[in-house]
Design a protein around this ligand. Structure first.
Ligand code: THU
Length: 303
C-alpha cells in the first residue's frame, strides 16, 4: 500500500477570527470545534502517544522519523475504551514526556483540511493539510495550499517546521521529567570509591529522554562519568543530538568535568541548556557555550 502523502503548512496565527472569516469567505466548510489531547509517553523505541479526541481515544505507536519506513506497518493504532486508566498505567510504567492540549476548528476547502488550533501554552495556529491521492505528483496539492495561503495571508516569518510537541519541549515542557530521571539515575549510581553519585538526563532531537549514572571501577581510571553513560544510552536508543541536559549531584553546584563538556559538545550546540541540579531540583541553568567556550570541533579544525 502506498503511504499517504501530505502537503502541509503550519504557522502562527495572530488573528484567528480574521483567518476564519477569510477561509469561510473563500468557500471553506466549517466542520466545528474538537478538543484534542495528545499525551506523549517515554517509549523505549520510537514514539508512543495517546490521542483523545471528542469522545474517543487511540493509542498510536510509531517509529522514529529517521527510521520510519514507507510502510503503514510502521504505525500501530489501538482503540482505547478507557483512556484515563491507560494513561495512568503508561505514566506509571514509562513516564509522560509532554501533553499537547488544543481546541481545533476544522474547515474543509477542496482537498485541503484547514485547522484553526488554540494550543495550551502555545497560542493560536493555522495548519493547512492537503492529502494527496496515490498517483498525484503533488502539483495540485501545492497549488491549493499556495492559493489558501495567499487568501489567509500567512506570512513567511510565521511558518514553522516543528510540531506542537516539539515547540512545547523547546519551551521546557519535559524539564521536570528530566529532573526526575536524573534523580533516579543519581540514586542508582555505582560510586563505592568516591561516594559521589551523579545522575544525568538528556532530551534528544525527537523528544526522547535518556539517562545515565556514573559507574566506577576498582581499577580507578576505568570509571565512567554519568554524562558518558547517558550519551551512550542516547546513541544506543537511536538519538543523534542533545537538546537539553540535567546534571545532578548532592553538592552545592555540580558542574560537568572538562572531559564531559567535550563529550557533550559532540552532540550539543553552544546554546543547548544544561541544568545544574541538586536532589530537590534545578539550581542554575547555563548553556554549553558558557561551560565550554572555544570548544574543539574537528570539522572546524580541519577547515
Ligand atoms: N562525575 C560524573 O559522573 N560527572 C561529572 O561531571 C563529574 C564527576 C563522577 C565521576 C566519579 O565517579 C565521581 O563523580 C567522582 O569524581
Amino acid at each position: 500500500m502506498q503511504p499517504l502523502r501530505n502537503v502541509e503548512l503550519k504557522a502562527r496565527d495572530h488573528d484567528p477570527e480574521a483567518t476564519l472569516a477569510a477561509a469561510l469567505g473563500h468557500g471553506a466548510a466549517d466542520q466545528g470545534v474538537l478538543r484534542q489531547i495528545d499525551t506523549y509517553f517515554a517509549a523505549r523505541e520510537g514514539r508512543l502517544k495517546l490521542r483523545e479526541e471528542g469522545g474517543s481515544a487511540t493509542l498510536i505507536a510509531y517509529a522514529r522519523a529517521d527510521e520510519a519506513t514507507a510502510r503503514t506497518s510502521a504505525y500501530h493504532l489501538v482503540d482505547v475504551p478507557d483512556p484515563a486508566a491507560l494513561k495512568g498505567a503508561l505514566d506509571a510504567a514509562l513516564g509522560t514526556v509532554v501533553v499537547v492540549e488544543k481546541f481545533r476548528r476544522l474547515l474543509l476547502w477542496q482537498d485541503v483540511r484547514i485547522h484553526l488550533d488554540a494550543v495550551e501554552g502555545l497560542g493560536t495556529w493555522v495548519e493547512l493539510e492537503a492529502v494527496a491521492p496515490a498517483d498525484s505528483d503533488l502539483t495540485d496539492e501545492h497549488r491549493m495550499v499556495a492559493e489558501l495561503r495567499a487568501v489567509l495571508k500567512i506570512e513567511d516569518d510565521e511558518v514553522v517546521a516543528t510540531g506542537y510537541a516539539g515547540l512545547l519541549l523547546e519551551d521546557g515542557a519535559a524539564t521536570p521529567r528530566l529532573v526526575d530521571l536524573a534523580r533516579t539515575a543519581m540514586d542508582r549510581a555505582y560510586a563505592p570509591y568516591s561516594h559521589f553519585q551523579v545522575g544525568v538526563a538528556l532530551r534528544d532531537e525527537t523528544g526522547a529522554l535518556h539517562s545515565g549514572a556514573n559507574v566506577e571501577n576498582g581499577a580507578y581510571p576505568q570509571g565512567a562519568c554519568a554524562e558518558t553513560s547517558a550519551i551512550g544510552a542516547l546513541i544506543a536508543a537511536g538519538g543523534h543530538a542533545i537538546r537539553e541536559a540535567v546534571v545532578m549531584a548532592d553538592t552545592e553546584l555540580i558542574v560537568p568535568c572538562g572531559g564531559c563538556r567535550q563529550r557533550l559538545s559532540e552532540f550539543a550546540g553552544a546554546e543547548t541548556p544544561i541544568h545544574l541540579a541538586g536532589p530537590e531540583g534545578i539550581r542554575r541553568t547555563v548553556t554549553l557555550g558558557e561551560l565550554l567556550p572555544l570548544a574543539f570541533d574537528l570539522e572546524e579544525a580541519r577547515g
